[in-house]
Design a protein around this ligand. Structure first.
Ligand SMILES: *Cc1c(COP(=O)(O)O)cnc(C)c1O
Length: 371
């Protein structure tokens, strides 16, 4: 049996006709950059996420970058973010000349904690970037309280968490701005790079719209130096088709996750395999990844591979120990919870179409390994 992490080919086969029709329409229109598919997608994604404005940009990375830039993050400013996230969350801070300040995570949710943020607030702190890692919202109540108390900006990194809810409200409704990624393997994935900024602040939305076209508004009149970060019309057309299926795919991921949870219990593996847990009631997890913590992770991963089961490690090295951040002076042991997680986490196959038999095969194979 083969169990892929994510079966993009299978997904494409199911919606192929609709996708090709949408792409052909764009080709026939000769409107390849921006245009009605982009504005249409912006409105549809904003509606889906229950926010007022969506601004399509070239990637999730750029969604973060333009948000921070529009919030006046610049040279010398400190921005607090988790050390356990995809590199882009920190890279954008550095690119603006600001300083990433790395914080440790909660051992259960893998998200940045309010306590860890509070410890690192200084006179120079300008913003916080909570990441809703693996599809589970960070503790936004307390994070927003801290932000208000210290007059800090908040950019939610929801690149892995489109549609997830925190205390009954969707991610994207807490911070000043929120970044979404449509990288192909994300829950809502394009067929190339694409991203979007969400915000409820009209002025900020206008500024980000201008920043994505070289800081011009109207065209050829530049108020500031911006970027070229537009969303392609073909990607927007593809995403408009795929958005209609997002709820169904999210439910598929949640069903697969429930099957894993149940089977790990039935196999009595709970002391060997730490499954993902929720910490906040009235919140949802959209399972961009289903990540377990295990002993002998690397050997288990090898064994699973031999059995046709794909898995992945997100992330093997915390950001504070990356070579490019050596100058910041962090040492091994500074952020121990994240460092430990890097050696133990393993993302199991979470394709929305996985059958119960496939999930059982994965759990059974893990069981064999620990027997
Ligand atoms: C994917 C991702 C990004 C970057 O998105 P791109 O579209 O690849 O630029 C940023 N942050 C997190 C947490 C991500 O998972």
């Amino acid at each position: 049996m083969k169990v892929p992490l994510l079966d993009l080919k299978g997904q494409y086969e199911e919606i192929k006709d609709e996708i090709q029709e949408a792409i052909n329409e764009v080709l026939d229109s000769t409107r390849y950059i921006m245009g009605e598919n982009v504005t249409g997608l912006e409105k549809e994604v904003a509606d889906y996420c229950d926010v007022k404005y969506g601004i399509g940009v070239a990637s999730g990375t750029d969604a973060l970058l333009l948000s921070l830039k529009a919030l006046e993050v610049g040279p010398g400013d400190e921005v607090i973010l988790p050390t356990f996230t995809f590199f882009a969350t920190a890279g954008v801070v550095s690119r603006l000349g600001a300083i990433p300040v790395f914080a440790d995570i909660d051992p259960v949710t893998y998200n940045i904690t309010p306590e860890e943020i509070e410890k690192r607030i200084t006179d120079k702190t300008k913003a916080i970037i909570p990441v809703h890692l693996y599809g589970q919202p960070a503790e936004m109540d307390k994070i927003m309280e801290l932000a208000e108390e210290h007059d800090l900006k908040v950019v939610e990194d929801a690149c892995q968490a489109i549609g997830a809810e925190y205390k009954g409200e969707q991610v994207g409704n807490f911070g000043d701005a929120t970044a979404l990624s449509f990288f192909p393997s994300k829950n809502l994935g394009a067929y190339g790079d694409a991203g979007m900024v969400l915000t409820n602040d009209e002025e900020l939305a206008e500024r980000i719209k201008s920043l994505r076209v070289h800081g011009a508004s109207p065209k050829y009149y530049h108020q500031e130096v911006g970027y070229n970060s537009r969303l392609d019309a073909i990607q927007a057309a593809i995403l408009r088709v795929k958005l209609k299926y997002l709820d169904q795919w999210t439910e598929g991921r949640q069903r697969v996750a429930e099957n894993y949870d149940r089977l790990f219990k039935e196999y009595d593996l709970e002391d060997k395999v730490v499954t993902p847990k929720k910490k906040v009631d009235d919140s949802t997890h959209v399972y961009h990844q289903y990540v377990v913590r295990v002993e002998n992770r690397d050997e288990l991963q090898k064994k699973l591979k031999e059995k046709g089961i794909s898995s992945a490690v997100y992330y093997p090295v915390p950001l504070h120990l990356q070579e490019c951040y050596e100058d910041l002076g962090y040492q091994k042991g500074d952020l121990p919870v994240a460092e430990k997680a890097c050696g133990e986490v393993l993302a199991l196959p979470i394709d929305p179409e996985l059958s119960e038999e496939q999930v059982e095969y994965v759990v059974d194979s893990i069981n064999n390994f620990y027997e």
